[in-house]
Design a protein. Structure first.
Length: 101
């Protein structure tokens, strides 16, 4: 409990979120995203095209150690697959440009 209020009526998952907010050793936002989203919808990020890819990779690197490596790898691969699948023409055109160089 807290010295300032009775938190016994707060649901356990909300208490966990509060604990993450107080813990300076972890990134609370990443913990909350991983806990609440089994699958990431990549479509809203398509507007940034390939600029989003390094951002996504960096986010997953920051998430390492928060959940099991196997689970995080599965999410990472699924997200990368969804990203490439959603933008095949953009990725193919970049590859063709590179092959001509």
């Amino acid at each position: 409990g807290s010295l300032f209020y009775d938190d016994s009526d707060i649901p356990p998952d909300i208490r966990q979120y509060i604990a993450w907010n107080k813990d300076q050793r972890i990134d609370a936002a990443i913990c909350k995203v991983l806990k609440t989203h089994d699958h990431f919808d990549i479509k809203p990020f398509f507007q940034w095209k390939l600029k989003f890819l390094p951002v996504m990779v960096a986010w997953f690197q920051r998430a390492q150690g928060i959940e099991s490596e196997q689970s995080l790898d599965s999410r990472k691969l699924s997200s990368m697959y969804d990203f490439v699948r959603g933008m095949p023409m953009l990725i193919q055109s970049k590859e063709k440009t590179r092959q001509r160089s």
